[in-house]
Write a protein of this length. Sequence first.
Length: 120
Amino acid sequence: MRLDKWLWAVRVHRSRALATDACRAGSVFVNDLVAKPAREVRPGETVRVRIGLITRTLRVIGAPRSRVGAKLVGDYCDDLTPPEEIAKLHENTVQQVLAREKGSGRPTKRDRRLLDELFG
């Protein structure tokens, strides 16, 4: 199966076009080599995908016939992503929630209540 199609089928990217663009941008590595979208993936290979701030590491187990449900993804790949990478993602999410536009002034009463709900 083509690499871009496999990335889409195991739900690494939302669309095949995004998977293709990621391969062309040099964000996808197979066995530590930059991979093109049409490269064939085989069981046992390691795929690293840079998505935003994190780098996901996956081991290919098999190739599904088409896109699979989230519960079935584990049948086709092992997630070898280190916990530090996942922690980066969670840390960044919290920072985005707390971020305020420059010049927006003090938080309103509603903003403070929402922050209290989030962290209280």
